[in-house]
Design a protein around this ligand. Structure first.
Ligand code: PNS
Length: 159
């Protein structure tokens, strides 16, 4: 497969995301990690910060690019002439939302294929929301995020 987009909020990127990026990079020539920029969403990190954290966490992976995008994913998909969209699927609870998004995206762009990748057991319960909550409350997040993300969380949350 040639070019895949891995879109998401990544606020911030965690080890489950990094595992999906790594798996996708073994499958595709080019993986574009697409950080959604949404003015109306309350995010901890700016889109620029989220892009930088992913870039620094994926330095060792080949064929990975990180950019931010605004507006509809299908428009970005067309602009970069991608072949597929990658999403991680952790549990049954993800399924309904992911299924809805995949079908909506395909109805907007018939050439858009969504490929679901399943992370390892140890990353299955990770979410950016939960990582931020654990960090805020003083829990150890070493096993959940890369060192640069940990450092950024410590700084951002004033820990
Ligand atoms: O990490 P997330 O928050 O689950 O990612 C969701 C994301 C950013 C992939 C999704 O909200 C998205 O594609 N947003 C761009 C706007 C869009 O195309 N919306 C319609 C999706 S069906």
């Amino acid at each position: 497969m040639k070019t895949a987009i891995y879109p998401g909020s990544f606020d911030p990127v965690h080890n489950g995301h990094l595992e999906v990026i790594h798996r996708a990079s073994r499958l595709c020539d080019r993986v574009i990690v697409a950080v959604a920029h949404n003015e109306s969403k309350q995010e901890l990190f700016t889109s620029g910060e989220r892009v930088r954290l992913i870039q620094e966490s994926t330095q060792e992976m080949s064929g990975v690019e990180v950019v931010s995008f605004e507006g509809l994913l299908v428009n970005f998909f067309r602009t970069v002439k991608a072949d597929a969209v990658i999403r991680g699927l952790r549990a049954v609870s993800d399924f309904e939302y992911e299924f809805q998004m995949a079908l909506m995206n395909r109805s907007l762009e018939e050439n858009l294929e969504t490929i679901f990748m399943v992370p390892n057991q140890e990353n299955i319960y990770l979410s950016s929301r939960i990582v931020k909550e654990v960090a805020k409350l003083g829990g150890n997040i070493d096993g959940f995020v890369s060192p640069v993300v940990k450092e950024a969380l410590v700084e951002k949350l004033g820990l």
